[in-house]
Write a protein that binds this ligand. Sequence first.
Ligand code: PSU
Ligand code: MN
Length: 303
Amino acid sequence: MIPITYSSEVAQARRDGAAIVALESTIITHGMPYPQNIEVARAVETDVREAGAVPATIAVLDGTLHVGLEEDQLSMLGQAKGVAKLSRADMAACLATGGTGATTVAATMIAARLAGISVFATGGIGGVHKGAEDSFDISADLLELAQTAVTVVAAGAKAILDVEKTLEVLETQGVPVIAVGQDSFPAFWSRESALAAPLRMDNPADIARAHLLRTELGLPGGQLVANPIPKDAEIPAATLAPIIATAQSDAIQAGITGKGVTPYLLQRIFELTKGQSLEANIALVRNNARFAAQIARELRTLT
Ligand code: PSU
Ligand code: MN
């Protein structure tokens, strides 16, 4: 039996058949500094509620899979030191040994699927890292999108990744990558990149229908919805390029590998931009939460 529990709000939403949006917790523990991480996590939950859905932030606490965190659990997680980062490979081991960990995009998708939640909002997904031809560093998030039927709303891929290779892997794995309202693939900090998005949709209803049709077609896996950052929060790619390059060479110098790479780069970019990167990050996550809530509501009217 899976040790799984629901927050009171999510339990009620499940009884009512209400729209629910899953949220990850690695962004809280490894993606943003304290105390902004907790403020952002709360703001994102509020955004989902205001858009007419129920938020389910997912984490493993003391060997139990939590789908939806109570207020005190969220603030405990946001302050805890040395919390594990759980991806597909780590979930069962953490549950078996009574551990505590934050879920990545991959692990959050697994938990959402178990809980019958079809839509998930985050900031950025993991992808193919620059230099992957040597390091083999390709996030498990990409393979999860290929096999778990959850629609993930993100702001495209960060330039800490090799975005072109990330799109190639997603194509190989049969993952639909859908830009919202534009032809170009959004570049996390900036609305546009030089790369065309494989697919474009302009409204949440189409995305919801496509989600259901994939299942009806017998296709496993989810969809990646690439929602551009709000205009007023954009940071020009040229401003960040040298900062990202510095962060990357620092990571190599410091000998960072494996699951340490992404958190290290995010923290370093935060330091090097004196916190500016965080403002943009917050704006785009909140924007994604609102859009995910709209997709979840459309799905509910269709099923
Ligand atoms: N990218 C971000 N912010 C994040 C992450 C990625 O801009 O917080 C986190 C997510 O939880 C994602 C994980 O699933 O990092 C990917 O880690 P890795 O590259 O080790 O698979
Ligand atoms: Mn990795």
